[in-house]
Write a protein that binds this ligand. Structure first.
Ligand code: PLP
Length: 284
């Protein structure tokens, strides 16, 4: 695999960063995951905008090549011959050559890394026909979940708790209300209304969420952005998640309780189809 590191395209085994890099020592880094369909990038503009916001919120320097990121993504797709898959991008605050809680001086350059992951069945994912099973867990992450940082230990623990319970993912709950999945936004459907948590510092502003809600409204579907409980989810007609790597994915059980009749619902299926069609049409 050819990866990108600070201006160079290199074989992955030759891409090396300092042990003092702050993403390694302090989780002082932000990231984006953009999917690739038919060799083209999905929702690139949204991911680029959110990256800029994450950097601003953490007073982190923009990489010098920020305006060339689309070209860099495309070059990696070309070099690795990716038809369907993902591109991971990470910016860390860089390395000042020692460990220090305070941010280093502004002459320290950020570290920029990108790599591809080939996933031949990303759009035609068999899981979309079966649906996924989730458990609920307490949300024990930090309070700025609107920033997409690489501080992902609690989401990893949540994923392991789900696996141990024979499930696929965990929905996190704070003050009795669902925040989001370990790496996705959470939705329920009641009658003809799609319900998903309102934006705030408690969740990540999903790029797929924004697109799916826009398409739902354009298709005259009702959308409510508000918090909901696990009980409400268990009583819902449907549930689903969205993210760049799963698009729209039905949820069929929560803590073992079937949602609706326990099979993927029509609203999730329709939104998945619309999302895939529309984003393929506007892919870069
Ligand atoms: N919420 C969290 C915590 C995530 O990590 C992610 C994606 O990684 C999402 C939501 C979905 O965001 P997006 O649709 O931009 O992939």
């Amino acid at each position: 695999r050819t990866v990108y590191l600070n201006g160079d395209y290199l074989p992955e085994e030759d891409a090396k960063i300092s042990i003092f890099d702050r993403s390694f020592l302090m989780a002082d880094g932000v990231y984006e995951v953009t999917s690739v369909l038919g060799g083209k990038l999905i929702d690139f503009a949204g991911h680029s905008k959110r990256l800029e916001r994450s950097l601003n919120e953490l007073e982190m320097q923009k990489p010098e090549v920020f305006d060339d990121l689309l070209d860099i993504h495309r070059e990696l797709v070309r070099l690795n011959d990716i038809d369907e898959g993902m591109i991971y991008l990470q910016v860390s605050r860089g390395s000042a050559g020692d460990r220090d809680f305070a941010y280093p001086n502004s002459d320290v350059k950020p570290t920029l890394v990108l790599f591809t992951q080939s996933k031949p069945n990303l759009a035609d994912n068999p899981a979309a026909k079966i649906g996924i099973k989730v458990i609920s867990i307490e949300d024990q992450r930090w309070g700025r979940r609107d920033i997409k940082t690489v501080q992902l230990l609690y989401p990893s623990m949540g994923k392991m708790m789900a696996k141990d319970a024979g499930c696929d993912d965990a929905w996190m709950v704070e003050d009795g209300h669902v925040t989001e999945g370990t790496s996705n936004n959470a939705y329920i459907v009641k009658g003809d209304t799609i319900i998903t948590r309102h934006l705030g510092t408690e969740i990540l502003n999903g790029i797929t969420r924004a697109a799916v809600l826009r398409f739902a409204r354009e298709a005259q579907m009702k959308v409510e952005e508000r918090s909901f409980t696990i009980q409400e989810a268990k009583d819902a007609d449907e549930a689903f998640i969205t993210s760049a790597s799963t698009f729209v994915m039905p949820v069929v059980t929560i803590d073992g309780a079937p949602i609706g009749i326990g099979t993927p619902g029509p609203v999730a299926a329709r939104l998945r189809e619309i999302y895939l069609d529309e984003s393929r049409n506007s892919a870069l």
